[in-house]
Design a protein around this ligand. Structure first.
Ligand code: UDP
Ligand code: MG
Length: 317
């Protein structure tokens, strides 16, 4: 390993957080010094319209550990994390919010869980939260749903404070609003050792939250996509094709049966029976599902990542 690989990279996505940045940087640097860590802090400015970027510039000019990336516009927290991850070179990567709700004092313990206890990912758990009720109640439901669907036993999926083994962040891709599900994405990528640690949470000191109530609707839809893509993304025909064939078959049998009644037994009023409509509906929907599966299969066949596999080890002659 080269000497300039820091022990810790701290990735901080931020959007209009000018008041907090200086205090946050000072606090992190104090913790790093006290523990003798080699580190880098990567501020990812997600298109702030306030003075955040100027503050980052001035912090960085005074300390070589502080780096900054600024987006041209606001792309969202996931995008900011993804770009920070790409640049993070540390053995352990820590993410935290910029609003001083997460405490840098937690970093040494998180670091230890990765390096000594062998975790791939450790997520903070804001057991005692300082957020309004309108947020904490839906969050409980959201966590329960994610727990159930992913089988990952975390109490708090969306805590901004998390620690990762360096190779984890380079193996995963966070996009859209998928930052809420990084543990799920990591698990799907094969990093199964996921832990949790109770962390202090504090009230937002400056500024306002950047996410509205629509976070819950979008969050739920994202959960569905993650599961769907994880399970069937590489073989969509298995999902749509199966349903399509079943629906078509049921419809077909119904229509054949009705035809027999009509042709051989001369039964009248076939077109007024509910079964007639059910038969038509089922064959049409079945065909549509099948075609959807076929098109999805063509799309996934063309995906640039269709053959991205994560190789753990290799023995070469
Ligand atoms: N954030 C960001 N881009 C956005 C929205 C938020 O980088 O489009 C950052 C924000 O500046 C903060 C973190 O993501 O550092 C968490 O956001 P916030 O504190 O508003 O969320 P909450 O704590 O209310 O869940
Ligand atoms: Mg916050």
């Amino acid at each position: 390993m080269t000497d300039n690989t820091p022990q810790i990279s701290i990735v901080i996505p931020l959007y209009n957080e000018e008041e907090s940045l200086r205090e946050l940087a000072d606090w992190i640097q104090k913790v790093m010094r006290e523990n003798d860590f080699t580190y880098e802090i990567i501020f990812v400015d997600d298109g702030s319209t306030d003075k955040s970027w100027e503050v980052i510039g001035s912090l960085s000019s005074k300390s070589k550990e502080i780096k900054g990336i600024k987006f041209k516009r606001n792309y969202g927290k996931s995008a900011a994390l993804q770009v920070g991850f790409t640049d993070a070179s540390g053995k352990v990567v820590i993410t935290m919010d910029a609003d001083l709700q997460d405490s840098p004092d937690e970093i040494p313990a998180l670091y230890k869980m990765i390096t000594e206890d062998g975790y791939d990912l450790v997520s903070g758990w804001k057991k005692k939260r300082y957020d309004p009720l309108s947020k904490t109640i839906p969050t409980k439901l959201f966590n329960a749903a994610t727990r159930k669907m992913s089988g990952i036993k975390l109490n708090d999926f969306n805590c901004g404070l998390k620690a990762y083994r360096g190779n984890v962040v380079h193996a995963i891709e966070v996009y859209g609003e998928m930052h809420r599900y990084i543990p799920v994405i990591a698990k799907e990528a094969g990093f199964g050792k996921i832990g949790e640690r109770v962390v202090q949470h504090r009230e937002r000191k400056y500024g306002v939250t950047k996410f509205g109530l629509n976070r819950f609707i979008n969050g739920f839809l994202d959960l569905l996509s993650i599961f769907f893509v994880g399970k069937f993304g590489k073989k969509p025909m298995h999902f749509f094709g199966t349903l399509g064939v079943i629906a078509f078959f049921i419809g077909f049998v119904i229509l054949i049966e009705l035809s027999i009644e009509k042709i051989f037994f001369n039964v009248g009023g076939i077109a007024e029976r509910p079964l007639f409509f059910l038969g038509m509906l089922a064959t049409i929907i079945g065909t549509q599902l099948f075609v959807t599966g076929f098109l999805a299969e063509l799309v996934s066949r063309n995906s640039a990542t269709r053959n991205n596999y994560l190789i753990e080890e290799k023995i070469s002659l």
